[in-house]
Write a protein that binds this ligand. Structure first.
Ligand SMILES: C[S@@+](CC[C@H](N)C(=O)[O-])C[C@H]1O[C@@H](n2cnc3c(N)ncnc32)[C@H](O)[C@@H]1O
Length: 318
C-alpha cells in the first residue's frame, strides 16, 4: 500500500464520499481500489472499478506531489496541455477562504488558461498528513444504480438501489456469478446485473418472484427467478449476496436463517448478508472462517448490519 506522502506522478488516488458513519463506504473502497482508505482517501489505489461505485466520489491520477505548496506549484508550472483546467481543494479542517486561496495559488502556477464553467481538466488539490497532492479526475461513478429507483415493483422492505449497489460491490471484483436466494423485489439482483455479473435468484414467496421478474423485464435484464426455499439451492457461485428475512416485518425462525447460512457456505466461498441485528456468531457456527460486520445507520436511529463471511481469510479475496 502506498502512503499518501509517498505518492508519485501517475499513481492512482480514490476519494470516497464523506460519510464517516457508514462503514460500507470504506469497505466498498477497499474492494474496488485494493487499498485501505485513510480518512476517505485511498492512496495508490486502482481507479479501474470506480465507474460502478455507490459511495466513491472519483478517481484521480497524480500529477504532482510535494511536502509544501510552493514545491507543488513548481511541479504544477511544468505541467503540459492543461488548457481549460479547473482546480478544487480537499483539505480537512480548512475554511472555504483557505481552500479558495490554495486553489488560486495552484491555478496561478499552471501555464494554461482556466475554464471554470466547462473544464476539460478537472484538477483536485488534496492536503492531508502535512502533504500536498495535485491530481486530475480520470474516472467517476456512472451512478447507473439510479435508474433502478424507477423500478415498477417494490415493497416496504426493498433496499435502496444505492445501498444495494454498495452491497454487491463487497464481492471481489474478480467474481463472475452471484446468487440472491431471498431476492424480494430484486434490488440486489438489478445491481448485480447492471455491473455485468451472471445472477441467480429466487424467493420462497411467489409474489416476490413475480415482482422481481417484472422489475428485471422492465430493464430488459435476462434472468430467471426461481420459486424456491433458499436452503434448497444447489448452484455453486462465486458469492451469495442477500437481504435476509430478519427485519421487523419479515422475520423467520432462527433455524431458517441458520439453514440459509449453512447452504450459502456450501455453495460459495463468500457470502454478504444484510440483517437487522449482528448475526456473526451464527455465521461462524455455520462454517464461515471469518466474518466482518459493517454497521449501516438507518433513519430514526435504527441500524442495519451487513455481514461478509468468507470460507478463507478475507484478505485472499481483495
Ligand atoms: C428482507 S426481504 C428481501 C428484500 C429485498 N432485498 C428487496 O429489496 O426487495 C427477505 C425476503 O426473504 C424471503 N424469504 C423468507 N424466507 C425465505 C426462504 N426460506 N427462502 C427464500 N426466501 C425467503 C421473503 O419472502 C422476503 O422476500
Amino acid at each position: 500500500m502506498t502512503d499518501f506522502v509517498q505518492l508519485d506522478p501517475n499513481d492512482g488516488v480514490v476519494v470516497s464520499i464523506s460519510d464517516d458513519r457508514n462503514e460500507l463506504v470504506a469497505a466498498e473502497c477497499r474492494v474496488l481500489t485494493g487499498v485501505d482508505p485513510v480518512q476517505g482517501i485511498a492512496a495508490g489505489g486502482s481507479t479501474a472499478h470506480i465507474g460502478r461505485a455507490a459511495y466513491q466520489q472519483f478517481g484521480l491520477q497524480v500529477l504532482a506531489s510535494a511536502p509544501d505548496l510552493q514545491s507543488l506549484c513548481e511541479q504544477a508550472a511544468a505541467l503540459q496541455a492543461m488548457e481549460g483546467f479547473q482546480v478544487s481543494v480537499i483539505a480537512q479542517a480548512s475554511s472555504g477562504v483557505q481552500r479558495r486561496t490554495w486553489a488560486l495559488t495552484v491555478a496561478d502556477a499552471i501555464q494554461a488558461k482556466p475554464n471554470l464553467d466547462q473544464p476539460s481538466h478537472r484538477l483536485v488539490l488534496i492536503q492531508a498528513a502535512g502533504h500536498h497532492v495535485l491530481g486530475e479526475i480520470v474516472t467517476q461513478p456512472d451512478r447507473s444504480y439510479r435508474q433502478h429507483d424507477q423500478k415498477p415493483q417494490r415493497t416496504s422492505a426493498s433496499l435502496s438501489s444505492r445501498l444495494a449497489r454498495a452491497l454487491v460491490n463487497l464481492v471481489p471484483v474478480a467474481a463472475k456469478t452471484i446468487l440472491d436466494p431471498c431476492c424480494g423485489s430484486g434490488a440486489l439482483v438489478l445491481e448485480a446485473h447492471a455491473i455485468g455479473l451472471q445472477v441467480f435468484c429466487g424467493d420462497i414467496n411467489a409474489n416476490m418472484v413475480q415482482k422481481t421478474t417484472e422489475n428485471l423485464a422492465h430493464f430488459n435484464y435476462a434472468c430467471g427467478v426461481q420459486l424456491q426455499d433458499a436452503r434448497a439451492w444447489q448452484e455453486p457461485v462465486d458469492a451469495i449476496v442477500t437481504d435476509l428475512p430478519y427485519g421487523k416485518y419479515s422475520r423467520v425462525a432462527d433455524e431458517v436463517v441458520l439453514g440459509i447460512f449453512a447452504q450459502a457456505v456450501a455453495l460459495a466461498p463468500m457470502g454478504v448478508f444484510v440483517a437487522g441485528m449482528d448475526l456473526s456468531a451464527q455465521m461462524l457456527a455455520a462454517g464461515y472462517a471469518q466474518v466482518e460486520v459493517f454497521a449501516v445507520p438507518k433513519a430514526k436511529g435504527f441500524q442495519r448490519y451487513v455481514h461478509r463471511g468468507s470460507r478463507a481469510p478475507i484478505g485472499e479475496f481483495r
